[in-house]
Ligand binder design. Structure first.
Ligand code: FMN
Length: 332
């Protein structure tokens, strides 16, 4: 699969997290759900020996940078890092199952830094206090942050049997895919304002526009998992091409111009943006009525053209976000 990802246009490979012992993965462990994806995969079910003897070599043979995923405690990292060192262009430590106390994460980072001289990236779950954790990890020597891991625990139920979709003990799984993109963006944006080390944005990137959003939030690179599981390894090249097309269409010369753009744009406002009711572009509007149906304030009516009652309009913005033709626009 790593080789297929390379053929599919990936710019680098992140290998599945391994730990000292193979994971006992409950079954079923993956499901597509509306707007996202649930998994209860833990770490790799393959023994570390298979990775070291076979899989990493195959990954290295692609010629791409290989980022080796390891978990979880300092002792486990101390044992694993020297073993994977010959194949690692960087290590990525997953912190998903270490809990909320930050000291085990810092200790794992220190164990990795002591064992290898390649960069060590720290993969984070979507904590509410992500800035605090990001700062602590930067100070402890992390070379980059990767955020976010899947979000949970979550539950989805098979209506035919009444049983949870996931075969884990409590039936819970971890959410990924489009549903978690806003959460990932918030984390990237928060962390990017707090630290100087690079951030890899991951969570719900399905196309080039999603990738552009991650860069605008402050990411220096993006990772993609669920989209490749659902649509195959060619998504990597497709997303890269779409990102290129987005940059061209908007007149950006390079990705540097959009990196952290949202942070810079927000800094330009010293108060909340002043907004007026949306402007209607009558040339573009086809009177489909989507905005009228969902206006909670009854401010939109269709006549010969679309009318917005300026007294009733609460400037909530919903109609603008729903219009498929970009016929409605907010002046900020
Ligand atoms: C089936 C599956 C297995 C995953 N395994 C790991 C893993 O071993 N280590 C890890 O750090 N993250 C793992 N993740 C999390 C992803 O790397 C990623 O952080 C998350 O799914 C959000 O990105 P996405 O929406 O592009 O999938 C896994 C996700 C899925 C869906």
């Amino acid at each position: 699969m790593l080789q297929a990802a390379a053929v599919g246009g990936a710019g680098g490979l992140v290998t599945k997290t391994i730990s000292v012992h193979p994971a006992h993965v409950p079954h079923p462990c993956m499901a597509e759900i509306r707007g996202g994806f649930l998994n209860t995969e833990l770490w790799s079910e393959l023994p570390k020996e298979q990775w070291i003897e076979t899989e990493y070599k195959l990954a290295k043979a692609t010629g791409l940078p290989v980022i080796i995923g390891l978990g979880y405690t300092a002792n486990q990292i101390r044992e694993l890092a020297p073993l994977v060192k010959p194949y690692a262009d960087a290590l990525e430590l997953s912190t998903h199952y270490v809990g909320n106390d930050i000291s085990p994460i810092i200790n794992a980072l220190r164990a990795a830094k002591a064992a290898v001289d390649v960069p060590v990236f720290m993969k984070l779950s979507p904590h509410p206090n992500i800035q605090e954790i990001a700062i602590a990890l930067e100070q402890a020597g992390a070379d980059a942050l990767v955020m976010i891991n899947s979000f949970g625990p979550c539950l989805s139920i098979d209506l035919e049997t009444g049983l949870p979709l996931m075969g884990s003990k409590e039936g819970f799984g971890w959410l990924s895919g489009p549903a978690i993109k806003p959460l990932a963006l918030r984390c990237v944006y928060d962390a990017a304002r707090a630290v100087k080390i690079p951030i890899f944005g991951v969570g719900g990137v399905s196309n080039g526009r999603d990738a552009a959003e991650m860069f605008m939030a402050g990411a220096s690179a993006v990772q993609v998992c669920t989209e490749a599981i659902l649509r195959g390894p060619s998504v990597y090249g497709r997303i890269a091409k779409e990102l290129d097309a987005f940059l061209d269409k908007h007149g950006y010369q390079s990705i540097e111009e959009i990196k952290g753009l949202t942070i810079r744009r927000m800094a330009e406002y010293d108060a909340l943006p002043v907004v007026r009711p949306p402007h209607v572009d009558v040339e573009r509007c086809n009177l489909c009525g989507l905005c009228e149906i969902s206006c909670p304030y009854g401010a939109i009516t269709k006549g010969e053209v679309l009318n917005i009652d300026r007294e009733k309009c609460f400037i909530c913005g919903l109609c603008v976000s729903r219009c498929k033709l970009q016929a409605l626009a907010m002046e900020r």
